[in-house]
Design a protein around this ligand. Structure first.
Ligand SMILES: [Zn+2]
Length: 356
């Protein structure tokens, strides 16, 4: 992964005294759980809405803020899918992807595994090869122009059942774009048990893709066990309710299976009642490899830096502790060893300069 080590400027500002927020802002970071369409900022969404009149999504950024206020998880899925409907052609995809990377660069995110749901776009009429070309074109531009390394997780939209699973597997394995590293499963958990997706994960894993399903966000710890045992999960998307099962936490800790924790998302969707009640502290105390992520940041009024600030507060971390959290994401990423060393090195250099 040479682009992580090309020495692209990160825009970091060194020197202590700026507080934890300033430390976080300049810290080189990796993000492992962030959705492609769900990363569309209000500006991008408004632009898309204006280009495609007649959509349910308002084109006015102020009205978008109201539109993105969710009543519950089901309402969130409904709003999310209405934004998906705005993505009409390959140029929409290329623009969205590159602009998402630009927002990442502003936060000093140096590497991201972006969860992409190609079937949703193909279903809406974007030819599959044009879709792949668009994301790959944006990935190369993001590396060259922004110093952001993107990789893809293709995820099954669980609400579309086995047809979505079959098609996502075909798109992943048939067209396997260069940046594709992993295979996921999103959408609602209630009514869509994980084990039915096992044959598709088996095929994806046999083709060399890593397994990273969502589990335990809106259902209990048994869903996380199913993700591990049936889908061969190497990381868990959310895994929030894993904290209710001490044996599961022990299992995750022993095997260094990371949880992709997204605190603000959990509150916005109602998965957790309040940040004070968020189980991230219990996860860390149990020795689990915890990573911090933003999920669908503009939709939840957040970004990765804000999520790090939330985690720093909940876990009472100083800059060195925050740096360790950032290195957890590097460890749990699917970067190759040289890429991991390079990014961990950037974090260490930045942190040492801050402390000094
Ligand atoms: Zn997610």
């Amino acid at each position: 992964m040479p682009d992580i080590a090309t020495g692209q400027p990160t825009g970091t500002r060194l020197g202590g005294g700026g507080g934890i927020d300033a430390f976080i802002a300049g810290l080189p970071k990796a993000e492992l759980h962030v959705h492609h369409v769900g990363s569309a900022s209000a500006r991008i969404v408004a632009e898309l809405a204006a280009r495609h009149p007649g959509s349910a999504v308002p084109a006015d950024p102020a009205a978008l803020a109201d539109y993105f206020t969710f009543r519950d998880f089901a309402h969130f899925i409904e709003v999310y899918l209405s934004v998906v409907d705005l993505i009409k052609d390959a140029e929409d995809i290329r623009l969205l992807t590159f602009e998402v990377a630009r927002d990442m660069a502003r936060q000093n995110i140096r590497y991201a595994e972006l969860t992409v749901t190609p079937f949703s776009s193909v279903l809406r009429g974007i030819p599959d090869r044009a879709f792949m070309e668009a994301i790959e074109d944006a990935r190369k531009s993001a590396a060259a122009e922004l110093g952001v390394t993107l990789r893809w997780c293709f995820d099954i939209p669980g609400e579309l059942g086995l047809e979505g699973a079959e098609e996502t597997t075909r798109l992943a394995l048939g067209l396997q774009p260069e940046g594709l590293v992993s295979f996921g499963l999103g959408g609602p958990e209630i009514g869509f048990p994980r084990p039915q997706f096992k044959p598709y994960f088996d095929r994806a894993r046999a083709a060399g893709l890593h397994s990273v399903p969502h589990a335990g966000e809106t259902t209990g710890p048994q869903t996380v066990w199913d993700a591990l045992n049936e889908l061969g999960a190497e990381r868990i998307g959310h895994g929030t309710t894993a904290a209710d099962d001490p044996r599961l936490l022990e299992h995750l800790a022993e095997r260094r299976i990371a949880l992709e924790v997204c605190p603000t998302s959990n509150i916005a969707t109602g998965a957790v009642a309040s940040l004070e009640e968020h189980p991230i502290g219990r996860m860390v105390a149990a020795g689990v490899l915890v990573t911090v992520n933003s999920d669908d940041p503009p939709m939840f009024g957040t970004d990765l830096n804000t999520e790090y600030a939330v985690a720093a507060r909940l876990l009472e971390l100083d800059p060195a502790g925050v740096a360790e959290l950032a290195k957890n994401a590097v460890e749990a990423s699917f970067l190759d060893p040289a890429g991991k060393r390079a990014l961990a090195g950037e974090i260490d250099t930045y942190t040492a300069a801050w402390g000094g």
